[in-house]
Structure formats: C-alpha cells, structure tokens
Design a protein around this ligand. Structure first.
Ligand code: SF4
Length: 98
C-alpha cells in the first residue's frame, strides 16, 4: 500500500521524471515536494561536470555545483508536483511503460 498522501495519477513504473540538465540548478524543490522520494540533489563529480556543456558548467559554478537526480524514478506515480514546483521548468514526465 502506498503512503503517498497525494492521490496518484498512475501506478508506479508507468511514468518517470526527466530532468533537463541544461536547466537544473539544484534548488531541490523537487526533492521537497515529491511524496515518494524519487529525487536526490547532490554535487556533481568531476566526470559528470565534463559531460555538461560550457554554459551548464558555468551555471553549476554559480549555483554550488549541484543538480537533481531521479535516483528512485521507478517509484514515480505521476502526481506532477515536481513539474509544478521546479522554478527552472527543468522537469517533464515521460511515459516509460504501457
Ligand atoms: S510526478 Fe514528480 S513529485 Fe510526483 S511522484 Fe513523480 S517524481 Fe514524485
């Protein structure tokens, strides 16, 4: 049984959040609102930073080098709270299963 206090829109495993890494500034609103703890926000490794564009690396430098990761994406119940909460409009929900 889910402990989610928000009525879910889909069973877990049908949708997952997709984070636009060119937009995410690691402000952690997604982490705060997600009722099923999908997200983690952490500092990027040197190797991860090297995969980002020059503009994104510059933004990371300004914002403490952190970004959000959907580390438990399989828990997502498509409530949409993270999409609404992200101030950078960096999150979309993507259907991953029928
Ligand atoms: S839509 Fe976002 S806030 Fe809602 S369960 Fe999925 S990841 Fe969490």
């Amino acid at each position: 049984m889910s402990t989610n206090p928000i009525p879910c829109k889909s069973p877990a495993g049908i949708f997952q959040p997709r984070i636009d890494l060119a937009r995410c500034e690691g402000k952690a609103d997604c982490l705060r609102v997600c009722p099923v703890e999908v997200f983690d926000v952490r500092r990027l490794t040197t190797e991860e930073k090297e995969t980002r564009t020059t503009l994104t690396r510059l933004k990371l430098w300004f914002h403490g080098g952190k970004q959000a990761f959907a580390v438990r994406a399989d828990r997502c119940e498509a409530c949409g709270l993270c999409v609404q909460a992200c101030p950078e409009k960096a999150i979309t929900l993507e259907r991953v299963s029928r």
